[in-house]
Design a protein around this ligand. Structure first.
Ligand SMILES: NC(=O)c1ccc[n+]([C@@H]2O[C@H](COP(=O)([O-])OP(=O)(O)OC[C@H]3O[C@@H](n4cnc5c(N)ncnc54)[C@H](O)[C@@H]3O)[C@@H](O)[C@H]2O)c1
Length: 328
């Protein structure tokens, strides 16, 4: 067994998960990836996300659902798991408004199944992917000390609920927990529903893009390399600091840009000029602006965003083009 340890990554075939699994394997961790290839977007994309990973002896893939307690018990019995990184969830704010029960069943009930199985097997180190959406619709820099009881979508409520459940297991069962509140992650293997992928795809195919509300809304886009680094540092933090840990930490870029600025950047990167914009009604559930305060991440995780949005969009476009060539 590698001396670095074994990590269970739930949702490891998805966008963030597949990037994280690769990073951990490169660091010589043994990774067990549990993913049910949920139908939020195509199974083919998730399969392609893990194709290279499957070649590694350090990588084990288990196809299954986090709500299946028997399966979780089997995984924990078979593999000596040191850390759990919990990413499996129904993602997508807008979709959650139309399917709240489904979101709660996967995100909340699924997390309870995981926490219970961890408890049963005495596995107590957890890094959880929470979301900036737990802050609701607020202006200014978002700090972890802010009271978070004004979420505006079932997705966001589900994320906040799991943070609180994690606190429960920390207090009652001595779990060590780090909740990472992620801000608009983008990059390689990105989900096709997310704005950068969606717009680049439409613009490259000379199709109109749809803007909900107006293009003044801002987002603190955070590159996947920085996010993956933050997960790794969180695992290292748990390893080094040992016990009685419960931390909630923003992972953002501390440099929000407007949707219009993002569109301009995409046009510059793709060298396109004529695009048609369709204006649609603002979407419920989305905050107008997000801006992370990352002082806590800097202090505890030695986190510094390293990929500028200009460079990140270029890197994404290069990846998008190479994928297109592969699929020809
Ligand atoms: N992408 C972002 O900008 C962002 C921002 C904040 C938080 N997050 C959170 O980070 C995590 C990963 O997000 P992502 O963008 O990679 O999404 P994703 O949809 O690409 O990844 C989620 C993965 O979980 C799997 N999954 C869903 N339900 C499952 C279940 N019941 N059992 C097992 N696996 C299941 C899916 O098949 C998918 O591969 C999610 O929890 C998401 O809420 C993402």
């Amino acid at each position: 067994m590698p001396k670095t340890g074994t990590i269970l990554v739930t949702g490891g075939a998805g966008f963030i998960g597949s990037n994280l699994c690769q990073f951990l394997i490169d660091k010589s961790f043994k990774v067990v990836c549990l993913d049910n290839f949920d139908d939020f977007y195509s199974e083919e994309i998730k399969q392609s996300n893990i194709n290279d990973l499957l070649k590694s002896l350090l990588f084990t893939f288990v196809k299954g659902d986090i709500r299946n307690s028997t399966l979780l018990n089997n995984i924990f019995s078979k593999h000596k798991i040191d850390f759990v990184v919990h990413l499996a969830a129904k993602a997508g704010i807008r979709n959650s408004i139309f399917n709240p029960q489904e979101y709660f069943d996967v995100n909340v009930n699924g997390s309870i199944c995981l926490l219970e199985a961890m408890q049963k097997h005495n596995i107590k180190n957890l890094v959880f992917s929470s979301s900036s959406s737990v802050y609701g619709n607020k202006n200014g820099k978002l700090v972890e000390t802010e009271i978070c009881d004004n979420q505006i979508s079932p997705y966001a409520v589900s994320k906040r609920t799991v943070e609180l459940l994690n606190y429960n297991y920390h207090i009652n069962s001595n779990f060590n927990v780090i909740n990472l509140r992620l801000f608009s992650v983008y990059g390689k293997n990105q989900r096709p529903d997310l704005v950068l992928y969606k717009f680049i795809n439409l613009i490259s195919n000379n199709q109109p893009i749809e803007i909900y509300g107006n293009a003044d809304t801002t987002r603190d886009y955070t590159h996947i390399d920085d996010v993956v680094n933050a997960f790794y540092s969180s695992i290292e933090f748990l390893k080094t600091n040992g016990s009685n840990i419960y931390e909630t930490i923003n992972i953002g870029n501390d440099n929000p840009i407007s949707l219009q600025q993002l569109i301009d950047l995409i046009l510059k990167t793709t060298k396109q000029h004529d695009i048609k914009i369709i204006e649609a009604k603002a979407v419920k559930g989305e905050a107008n602006n997000t801006h992370s305060d990352i002082n806590k991440a800097r202090k505890l995780l030695n986190y510094t965003p390293s990929v500028s949005i200009e460079n990140g969009v270029k890197l994404f476009y290069d990846w998008y083009e190479s994928k297109k060539l592969q699929n020809k």
